[in-house]
Ligand binder design. Structure first.
Ligand SMILES: Cc1cc2nc3c(=O)[nH]c(=O)nc-3n(C[C@H](O)[C@H](O)[C@H](O)COP(=O)(O)OP(=O)(O)OC[C@H]3O[C@@H](n4cnc5c(N)ncnc54)[C@H](O)[C@@H]3O)c2cc1C
Length: 427
């Protein structure tokens, strides 16, 4: 695997920041010339579902595309750590479906999906109606493995937030930080891989430290981690030393970071040898594919949906594609950038398949920014190529912000990227 040089990384990062999200190497304009008719149902209107619906319609104007989503508006997780740290308002994370519905010609159905009937090729809604399809794309995001953290479940999350889905949980954690005493402890528990947004817990710890530095400077952020390593680790550790000396402590799985039990009422976390009392407790539980993917029989023993990343078609249920966090496409991480990149590959492949063509081997991209404070950000990038023999992706080049990189410039790129990914998926 090639490592991007410092110079190439800087050039690459500024391109991504300025232009936003890249997708795949499919020849999109060539596909657009051809017209194909079919009914496509897209289930879940997050970054993955919205992007795939949009690109299907862009590439195949005669397609009848229906996007089914339970919420009236989408709240973006990228940017939600900034809301927690009082740097953004929650309504800034709001993404509407109006443009997709009115200008892109996608039929938006606001409904809770009950089940998928793959034999009858229909999506069954809780109101008793059904949406028939010729091809189905499933993008329900994640669900939590509540059973894996003793003492922590959905009810406990009403007082001890996970804040791993943007919305009321984000505001609950924000309120608790505002109310905590100066000199208190914020305790974050980070799950084992794989989970949504690998650098997310560490960006959160950083921005909370930024908040504490301003308002409660005698306080501390403690991370108990079920892992021994984490994404952009050296860059985060370096940044914490530089920006928040003595304030952020990371305890890895090797040093009893793995938690045994949570007492949500008293906000105490138990590890093998110790107990940690928190003023604000943020438990990020282990994860799996969204409930719908499980009930539709699209998941394997890992809890995620295996796919052939050439088309993102399920390797369990033919004719059904899964994109975004719910699918497993290693070594791609679970991110909004990756979801958008997968959506483009999937849309192009679905059109190829409908036309009776063999989809070509795709290339995919991921680029993830993390803020350590508003004018200090770092990023990681990866390019993934499809190997037809293994039917898997391989990271062909990767890179990270260089140690002497310009963090202020990266923060600018990160802010641009947040705007562009929103327009990419929902615009
Ligand atoms: C704190 C945090 C920070 C992050 N920061 C970044 C970042 O900086 N960059 C980045 O690239 N990624 C980031 N991410 C990751 C990113 O949010 C996810 O990877 C992305 O949201 C995945 O998109 P998705 O469409 O697969 O899932 P989701 O965004 O969860 O969308 C799934 C949709 O399906 C709908 N749905 C599910 N089941 C049903 C049903 N039965 N009926 C109807 N609708 C249903 C849901 O309502 C939801 O709208 C972050 C995540 C977190 C938690």
């Amino acid at each position: 695997m090639a490592r991007l040089s410092r110079r190439s990384f800087i050039k690459w990062a500024s391109m991504v920041g300025a232009l936003g999200a890249y997708g795949c190497s499919a020849n999109l304009s060539a596909l657009r010339e051809k017209s194909v008719k079919a009914r496509i149902a897209v289930v879940g209107g997050g970054f993955a579902g919205a992007s795939v619906a949009k690109y299907l319609k862009m590439l195949g104007q005669n397609l009848d595309v229906t996007l089914i989503e339970r919420e009236a508006v989408y709240l973006s997780c990228p940017g939600s750590n900034e809301v927690i740290a009082d740097l953004k308002r929650l309504d800034e994370l709001r993404r509407d479906y109006d443009i997709l519905g009115n200008s892109q010609g996608i039929r938006i159905v606001r409904a809770e999906i009950n089940a998928i009937d793959a034999d009858r090729r229909a999506v069954l809604l809780t109101d008793g109606s059904a949406v028939p399809y010729d091809r189905l794309i499933v993008a329900p995001g994640i669900d939590f493995r509540w059973e894996e953290v003793d003492g922590y479940d959905e009810k406990a999350s009403l007082s001890v937030p996970h804040a791993w889905k943007a919305g009321p949980q984000t505001l609950l954690l924000q309120r608790q930080l505002r109310a905590m005493p100066n000199g208190g402890v914020v305790l974050i528990t980070a799950p084992a891989n794989p989970y949504r947004c690998p650098p997310g817990p560490y960006e959160r710890a950083s921005l909370i430290a930024h908040f504490l530095t301003r308002y409660k400077p005698r306080s501390k952020v403690l991370i108990l981690d079920a892992k021994t390593r984490f994404s952009k680790q050296e860059l985060f550790l370096h940044g914490w030393k530089e920006l928040y000396p003595g304030m952020v402590e990371w305890i890895s799985a090797e040093r009893e970071g793995k938690i045994d039990r949570v007492d949500a009422e008293s906000r105490v976390v138990f590890t093998e040898f110790n107990e940690y009392r928190a003023d604000v407790l943020n438990v990020i539980p282990p994860q799996k594919a969204g409930k719908l993917a499980q009930s539709a029989g699209l998941t394997d023993e890992s809890g995620w949906c295996p796919v052939d990343p050439r088309t993102f078609e399920s390797t369990i249920v033919p004719g059904v594609h899964i994109v975004g966090d719910a699918c497993t496409a290693p070594p791609m991480p679970k991110s909004a950038f990756a979801a958008n990149s997968q959506a483009k590959v999937c849309a192009a492949a679905v059109i190829d398949l409908l036309q009776g063509h063999e989809p070509g081997p795709p290339s995919l991209i991921n680029h993830c920014y993390s803020f350590l404070q508003p004018d200090y950000a770092i990023s990681i990038t990866g390019v993934y190529e499809y190997s037809p023999i293994e039917k898997q992706l391989t990271a062909t080049s990767t890179g990270e912000t260089p140690m002497d990189g310009d963090r202020r410039k990266e923060a600018e790129h990160a802010r641009n990227w947040q705007k562009v990914i929103a327009a990419e998926a929902f615009g």
